[in-house]
Design a protein around this ligand. Structure first.
Ligand code: GLY
Ligand code: MN
Ligand code: MN
Length: 434
C-alpha cells in the first residue's frame, strides 16, 4: 500500500473528528505462543489501517488542526543490540522519514509527552476494551490532567468510540484496497488449484494443507485463518481444524482456505470428490449449493439489502432439499419455520477486508444494511448431512458441501474476485483429471 493511501485515511478521519479532538491508537502487543517464543507479529488492523507501521510497541496519535504536528508516532527507539537479536526497527527517525509522521518520539517517553498533547482537547477518540492494560494508561493520563485542572489545564470531557468511525471507513474499499484484495484472491485461487490437482485417495488432509501453504509462502503471504481441510465426515464440521484425516475413495473433501496480502484477506471454499468423480448423491447436493450460491451472488448489487443474498440462498436450498425428499412440506412453511437450518446452519456470508470476518455494521437502526459500491463480502452457502442425521437415508450421510467466493459490490452490480477458481462440477472433474 502506498504512503499516500495511509495519509488520505488519516486526513479523512481527522476531518470527521474535527478540532479539539485527539485520537489514540496503540499497536497490538506481541503474543507469546509458549515459553519465550512469540507468534509471528501481525499488526492490529485499525492501527495498521491508519499508519502502515508494522512494529509492535507503538502508539499513533492524531490531533486535527495542531500546528506543530497533527500526526505523532511513538515507536521503539533504535537499539543496535536488540536489533541484532530481533530485527530492524524504524526508530523515531524512520517513523517520520518512512511512515509520514509529522513528529515521532521514543515509546519510553510517552508518559511525559502524551498528557501534554491531550491538554485542551475536549474529546478523546479511543477504542476501549481492546487492550485492557493500555486502557488503564489512557485513563491514568486523563485523571492526571483532571488533577491539574486547578492550574488552568483543561482535561478532556468526553471519550468517543474510535472504532465506530474507523470501521465504517474500512467497510468501503478504495481502489488500492481492492487491488490488494484481488491479489489475495489470485494467490488463494492458485493455492486451491494446486490442492485440487494434488488430492487423491491415500493422501492425508495435512498433505493437502501443505500444498496450500506452499503456494501461499512462495508468494510471500500468510494464511488469513487456519485452513480447513476436511474429508468424509469432516466435511460436516464447520470450523474443522485438525486436518489430520486420510482421504478415502468415494468421500468428498472440503477446503476453506485464504491468504492475506498486504493485510487484506481472501476467503475461499471449494468442495470436490477425493476420487475426482462425484457420486450421484454428492452431485445432487453439490448442484443445490451451487445454484444457491449463484442466486445469492446475483443479489449482490447496490440498493439491495445485506440479507437479500441469504434469503435467496435459503430459498434455493429449501426447494432443493424438498425435491430430493430430505425436507418434507411446503417450501414457504419450511422457510418460515427455519427447517433448512438442520442442513444449512450458518449465514451466507460476512464482510471481508483486513479481517477475514471484517468490521462494519450489518444492520443500521434495526434494518439490514443497504449494499453500496466498495463493500466486499463472501457468499458461502452450504449443506451438511453428518452421519446419524435423523430421517435421512444413509446414502446421504457424510456429505458436507460449501462453496465460497469473495464478491465486491460495484456501481452496476458485483465483481467476483475469486471467479477464476472452477466450481462447475464438470470443470472440477476435468481439473482433477489433469
Ligand atoms: N473461513 C471462515 C469463513 O469462511 O467464514
Ligand atoms: Mn471461508
Ligand atoms: Mn467466509
Amino acid at each position: 500500500m502506498r504512503k499516500d493511501e495511509f495519509d488520505r485515511r488519516r486526513r479523512r478521519l481527522m476531518k470527521m473528528m474535527g478540532r479539539g479532538a485527539i485520537a489514540i491508537l496503540p499497536a497490538a502487543p506481541e503474543k507469546l505462543r509458549n515459553s519465550d517464543v512469540s507468534y509471528r507479529y501481525r499488526p492490529d488492523s485499525d492501527f495498521y489501517y491508519l499508519t502502515g507501521f508494522p512494529e509492535p510497541e507503538a502508539v499513533a496519535v492524531l490531533i486535527p488542526g495542531r500546528p506543530q504536528a497533527e500526526y505523532v508516532l511513538f515507536v521503539r527507539d533504535r537499539d543496535p543490540l536488540r536489533e541484532t537479536w530481533d530485527g530492524r526497527r524504524a526508530g523515531p527517525e524512520g517513523a517520520t522519514r518512512d511512515y509520514g509522521a509529522d513528529d515521532a518520539f521514543p515509546i519510553s517517553d510517552i508518559d511525559d509527552i502524551l498528557p501534554g498533547l491531550m491538554e485542551n482537547c475536549s474529546r478523546v477518540y479511543y477504542t476501549m476494551g481492546l487492550h485492557p492494560e493500555f486502557d488503564q494508561r489512557v485513563i491514568g493520563w486523563v485523571s492526571g490532567l483532571k488533577a491539574k485542572a486547578r492550574t488552568g489545564v483543561q482535561p478532556p470531557q468526553e471519550f468517543v468510540a474510535l472504532d465506530h468511525l474507523l470501521h465504517d471507513m474500512r467497510l468501503f474499499k478504495s481502489r488500492p484496497e481492492l487491488a490488494a484484495m484481488r491479489r489475495a484472491a489470485e494467490i488463494a485461487v492458485a493455492a486451491h488449484q494446486r490442492a485440487m490437482r494434488f488430492v487423491r485417495p491415500g493422501r492425508m488432509e495435512y498433505e493437502v494443507m501443505a500444498e496450500l501453504l506452499h503456494e501461499f509462502h512462495r508468494n510471500n503471504v500468510d494464511v488469513s485463518y487456519h485452513p480447513i481441510v476436511g474429508s468424509g465426515a469432516n466435511t460436516c464440521i464447520l470450523h474443522y481444524r485438525d486436518n489430520d484425516g486420510p482421504l478415502r475413495e468415494g468421500d468428498l473433501i472440503l477446503i476453506d482456505a485464504g491468504c492475506e496480502y498486504d493485510l487484506y484477506a481472501s476467503d475461499i471454499t471449494r468442495t470436490f470428490p477425493v476420487s475426482g468423480r462425484f457420486s450421484p448423491e454428492q452431485r445432487a447436493i453439490y448442484e443445490i449449493v451451487l445454484e444457491a450460491q449463484y442466486a445469492a451472488i446475483e443479489k449482490v448489487r447496490p440498493g439491495n439489502h445485506w440479507n437479500d443474498p441469504h434469503d435467496a440462498a435459503v430459498r434455493v436450498i429449501t426447494q432443493g432439499l424438498v425435491k430430493l425428499g430430505l425436507l418434507k412440506g411446503k417450501v414457504q412453511n419450511l422457510i418460515r419455520e427455519g427447517a433448512y437450518r438442520t442442513f444449512f446452519m450458518h449465514r451466507t456470508g460476512h464482510w471481508l477486508g483486513m479481517d477475514v470476518h471484517d468490521v462494519g455494521d450489518y444492520k443500521i437502526g434495526g434494518q439490514w444494511r443497504v449494499l453500496e459500491p466498495g463493500m466486499v463480502l463472501t457468499i458461502e452457502p452450504g449443506i451438511y448431512i453428518p452421519a446419524g442425521t435423523k430421517g435421512v437415508h444413509t446414502r446421504w450421510w457424510n456429505i458436507g458441501v460449501r462453496i465460497e467466493d469473495d464478491v465486491v459490490v460495484t456501481k452496476d452490480g458485483h465483481e467476483v474476485l475469486t471467479a477464476d477458481l472452477v466450481k462447475e462440477p464438470d470443470a472440477i472433474e476435468q481439473l482433477m483429471a489433469q
